[in-house]
Design a protein around this ligand. Sequence first.
Ligand SMILES: [Ca+2]
Ligand SMILES: [Ca+2]
Ligand SMILES: [Ca+2]
Length: 201
Amino acid sequence: MKTMKVIGALAMISLAGAAQAQIWASAAHNYVQGLQEDGSALPVDRTNTANALGAPQNDDSFPDTINFVSLGFGGQLTLSFGEQFKDNIYWYETTFNAQGGHYEYADLYVGTGADALSATYYLVGNLSNLVEGVPMSLATVQGNTGIGAWDFVKFVDTSSFIGLPYADGFDIDGVGADPIPAPGAVALLGLGGLLAARRRR
Ligand SMILES: [Ca+2]
Ligand SMILES: [Ca+2]
Ligand SMILES: [Ca+2]
């Protein structure tokens, strides 16, 4: 009985660990730069896709260092994590004065496939910079498609012109996702079940 309790506790810990350990985007693909509202190119310092990788700085104070990559109007960026993911996308945008009418939007897709260009993408929903930091659930798209493991996230800017010549569309600071539980964690759960079953004999 004592053994079963310990194994049960181990299984719980590994499950909790898998649910909590968020992964962050580690590679950028197919960055298609849109333009600023006046039709000019994005400032070069806002086109560094490395600024969308790793944990977000999550700092919208102004003035600030550039901690994001801008999509430009109609622009897009695809990201991957070095492993598959599921369930939630944790996205962080940077707009220094979003509350002041500087509204920006992007469609979020998740994709499955061998590479970013040939992957099949499914629309998850439209993101607004007014609610950045609120996770986007993949429950509906996973339910509709039956797919539970994804390879890519893609952001496509859908911002409307707001009367500011230098407006540059949606800005990505960092993107996280829930990992697929590691084989070790699954094996441990399986082992726990096996030992529990043996004890029941
Ligand atoms: Ca932010
Ligand atoms: Ca912007
Ligand atoms: Ca960043």
